[in-house]
Design a protein around this ligand. Structure first.
Ligand code: PTJ
Length: 252
């Protein structure tokens, strides 16, 4: 479909087209479109910009990834489609492994998502040879690699379903979530929750890396000053404030 650049929702329409193409390619799960719709709705309510508290969480996330002994970034279909390039660039900066881990798992789909990440330039993507299981997860997301998520101390999980974030925390991992829904189980289970759109969040984190990578004291300060519950509450307040403003104004 041709989308006119003059359309007021041009970016949103282009992203939807991209995702529906990626469903045809088997990279995005059909229900990934539903997940995207929910994300879009929350982004709309948040004003479609990175908030101050999201920025704070992004800084904390970069600091934690840099402090980690063995950081791993978990990638699913939606994340690969929306922010594959940014994930690869960030993983190189913070020396993190990238592992494909899917909710709607099949050997064929894992292969497709890994191959897609490789086509974007990723090297050493994990996930093909899953040989470990995270306990306490009801879905196929439990299946992972010993070399990757199983051995990580810090796991970055963009666009999750709640089960796994909780199980990873119980299993002793530090979990960073990227989720536009501040009320989701993932958002509330993670130790650092970034309430921002995944491609915006990853671009911001890449931009934050130079300063934080050279200043260990600053990293420690960013982490000790960060309070996830307080930050999540601020995301909810932002939605409320935004809606109040729109209601007063009478127009979106
Ligand atoms: O590729 P698979 O098989 O691993 O499946 C991936 C999906 C996303 C389908 C699966 O993990 C799923 O069903 O997730 P949920 O439970 O729908 O949760 C996705 C969360 O991500 C929701 O809270 C959405 O609000 C949020 N979300 C959606 N799009 C974005 C987002 N958060 C940040 N950026 C987005 N672009």
């Amino acid at each position: 479909m041709q989308v006119s650049k003059d359309h007021p929702r041009y970016n949103s329409l282009v992203t939807r087209e991209l995702l529906s193409e990626m469903v045809k390619d088997g990279i995005v799960a059909p229900t990934g479109l539903i997940a995207h719709g929910r994300g879009e709705a929350f982004d709309y309510l948040l004003g479609e910009v990175t908030s101050e508290n999201a920025r704070r969480a992004e800084r904390a996330a970069v600091a934690l990834m840099l402090e980690a002994r063995y950081p791993v970034i978990s990638v699913n279909g939606n994340t690969a489609a929306l922010a594959g390039k940014e994930i690869i660039a960030f993983s190189k900066l913070v020396k993190a492994k990238v592992e494909v881990n899917l909710f709607h798992r099949s050997t064929e789909r894992v292969e497709k998502v890994v191959a897609y990440m490789e086509s974007l330039g990723a090297k050493g993507v994990l996930g093909r040879n899953a040989d470990a299981t995270i306990p306490g997860i009801a879905s196929d997301r439990a299946v992972c690699t010993k070399e990757g998520i199983f051995s990580a101390d810090v796991v970055l999980v963009p666009l999750e379903d709640g089960d796994r974030a909780e199980a990873l925390v119980k299993f002793g991992k530090r979990v960073i979530a990227i989720d536009l829904n501040p009320l989701s189980r993932t958002a509330t289970a993670a130790q650092i929750t970034i309430v921002d759109e995944v491609s915006r969040a990853m671009s911001n984190m890449i931009a934050m890396w130079p300063e934080l990578s050279r200043d260990e004291a600053q990293r420690r300060k960013v982490l000790s000053d960060f309070h996830n519950q307080k930050n999540l509450k601020e995301s909810l307040e932002r939605i409320c404030d935004h809606l109040t403003m729109l209601a007063k104004d009478g127009k979106p």
